[in-house]
Design a protein around this ligand. Structure first.
Ligand code: CMP
Length: 139
């Protein structure tokens, strides 16, 4: 099925000018970028987005990091987009990520891992709605 998923290019990647290289990986895999914006999150906004991780030991560090520089929020569309995006990103920890994936090529650590992607259809819908209105999704 054609799906939509929420992707975030994280501060470690925007700081190193990797937005274009990361977008090329998505497009080469057949994902269409149907919405995209560069924004500076506050720590509170990052905390709200990652609320599901509130009890994790890395939550505070994660929120600080996500507010440390601009991010690029985007919606990717395509056949099986949620799984395809996760394939292109590679494992959360770059040490475990397959060669050629975004995290293998660009990520610096499990925390500063260059990209976020939704993990399931229900979270994708919630995460897309957190950043974008329906009018901003131009498929
Ligand atoms: P992401 O897919 O954005 O979802 C939650 C994020 O928490 C994850 O990517 C990692 O960047 C981050 N994370 C997961 N485990 C750790 C960890 N052990 N230390 C720091 N950050 C982590």
């Amino acid at each position: 099925a054609i799906e939509r998923t929420l992707s975030i290019i994280k501060p470690d990647a925007t700081k190193r000018n990797l937005t274009g290289k990361i977008n090329a990986k998505f497009e080469d895999a057949g994902l269409r970028i149907i919405a995209q914006k560069r924004i500076q999150l506050t720590k509170d906004q990052a905390g709200e987005f990652y609320a599901v991780h509130k009890e994790r030991p890395f939550y505070d560090e994660l929120c600080e990091f996500m507010a440390s520089a601009p991010v690029v929020a985007q919606v990717l569309e395509g056949e099986g987009a949620i799984a395809k995006n996760r394939e292109v990103m590679g494992a959360t920890n770059p040490a475990d990520a397959e060669a050629g994936t975004i995290r293998a090529e660009f990520a610096e650590s499990v925390g500063e891992n260059s990209v976020h992607g939704s993990d399931a259809p229900d979270t994708a819908a919630d995460e897309i709605a957190y950043f974008f209105s329906g009018l901003e999704l131009v498929g």
